[in-house]
Write a protein that binds this ligand. Structure first.
Ligand code: BGC
Length: 442
């Protein structure tokens, strides 16, 4: 081992993360309503091999086993999300008591085995019934989301201190409302702009609601990040535009800076969807921001991609080392992004709420020798130590993910877990990387 747990500081938070739709299964059990992800993945042609999350890893029934696995690897923190349609099957109004109970059981089990729960309020699976009314493209989302957030923070707030309002708003707005590759499968820049604006409003409003209901709460929200570079010097401006799109359109409004129109001119048209006072309403004094980092993105200028006028040059096209999802393994980018986000005035704390990689894991005599993943963790954790030496504080690190799970439109193929799941019988096996953490964190 190249470093010890103590190098990161005594109070450093070590955890693993997961999300409701990717793990729970039980898609229509005990009164749960349909979510956009149920609808999208049950529709033929949307997901690789037509897989769906109907059963996923069956966390709904196996949560105790999974929490004990987490504990056995010496982690002390667990990040998971709530399924909105399990609690409000109709989106708003009537509560499904059995759904509410499920999360009490998960939280209680965490507390019983001395694992600290970190709750993400929204990780992409809103009720389908709200999508029929436009979902994130409808400004009413702010009222719907407020009702949901108000309920869950009052219900669980006396047991849960750590809250994250949204998971990667960039991912669900780009993929779900512009490109149509993820639920709800909508396309077009108008849908995208509306979804972005309403997500920004909810991000801050959610923060205010949790603050009111849980005064002692530690409140954050999480951001997808990627280190963006131009392929050549001629592509610098293209890289700046892509960077504004990927790294700035949710953090900057939350800090009261508005949209990054300076680099991405089409954002000037956001005004069409804004009401007086919205710049102020998008602002919230978060206790921390969650950074989620996976890979670097290299771009070149392109006249064929409207609005950003930039196009990705994939890892494969460049012939560099990549994971199963064609993401380039690039720890230096992780360092650069931590540095950059920490320099925003108004960012109080940074927690890495997701980092990890998918490789083609195979079982060998009941063992999974995922050495590449261990190297990935080592190289990325080293960047945290490097930045801490420069007196930039990073408060914690959550591995994505506790177990292998349903990787959205890619189905079960990409495996991110510290724990391997055999999808034939849902048996779990701790991978070598999980054992590596066990040793590190002992
Ligand atoms: C998401 C996860 C996803 C992971 C790996 C993140 O963008 O929050 O839900 O599984 O990346 O692709």
């Amino acid at each position: 081992m190249d470093f010890n747990k103590s190098d990161f500081g005594e109070n450093f938070i070590w955890g693993a993360a997961q999300a409701s739709y990717q793990t729970e299964g039980a898609w229509n059990t005990d009164g749960k309503g349909m979510s956009v992800w149920d609808k999208f993945s049950q529709t033929k042609g949307n997901i690789e091999r037509n897989e769906n999350g109907n059963t996923a890893t069956d966390f709904y029934h196996k949560y105790k086993e999974d929490l004990l696995l987490l504990k056995s690897m010496n982690f002390k923190h667990f990040r998971f999300s709530l399924s909105w349609s399990r609690i409000f099957p109709k989106g708003t109004g009537e509560i499904n008591q059995k759904g509410v109970e499920f999360y009490h059981k998960v939280i209680d089990k965490c507390l019983e085995v001395e694992i600290i729960p970190w709750v993400t309020i929204y990780h992409w699976d809103h009720p389908q019934i709200l999508e029929v009314q436009g979902g994130w493209t409808n400004r009413k989302m702010v009222d719907w989301f407020s009702e949901y957030t108000d309920f869950v923070s009052k219900e669980y707030g006396f047991k849960v201190k750590n809250w994250m309002i949204l998971n990667e708003p960039l991912s669900f707005t780009v993929n779900g409302y512009m490109l149509g590759t993820m639920a709800p499968g909508k396309k077009g820049v108008t849908n995208f702009r509306k979804a972005v604006h309403h997500a920004n409003l909810c991000q801050a409003e959610g923060g205010r609601i949790v603050r009111k209901n849980v005064p002692v709460a530690n409140i954050g929200t999480t951001h997808f990040t990627s280190f963006i570079e131009g392929q050549t010097n001629k592509d610098t401006k293209a890289a700046e535009r892509m960077d504004a799109l990927i790294n700035r359109i949710f953090i900057e409004p939350s800090l009261g800076m508005g949209y990054p129109e300076d680099k991405l001119h089409f954002l000037k048209t956001m005004k069409k969807f804004m009401l007086p006072g919205d710049i102020e309403k998008m602002k919230f004094n978060f206790d921390f921001i969650g950074l989620q980092y996976y890979f670097r993105t290299v771009v070149k200028k392109s006249p064929f991609v409207p609005f950003v006028w930039a196009k990705e040059v994939t890892a494969k096209q460049r012939g560099v080392e990549a994971n199963e999802m064609n993401g380039e393994v690039y720890p230096e980018g992780f360092y650069q992004l931590m540095k950059r986000f920490s320099s925003y005035e108004g960012v109080k704390k940074i927690i890495i709420t997701e980092n990890g990689s998918c490789f083609n894991d195979v079982i060998d005599n009941n063992k999974i020798p995922d050495n590449e993943r261990i190297e990935y963790f080592k190289s990325h954790l080293s960047e945290i130590l490097r930045i801490q030496k420069e007196n930039i504080k990073i408060d914690g690190y959550f591995v994505w993910s506790l177990t292998d799970n349903f990787e959205w439109e890619k189905g079960f193929r990409p495996r991110f877990g510290l724990v391997y799941v055999d999808y034939n019988n849902l048996k779990r096996y701790i991978k070598k990387s999980g054992l590596w953490f066990k040793e590190l964190l002992k």
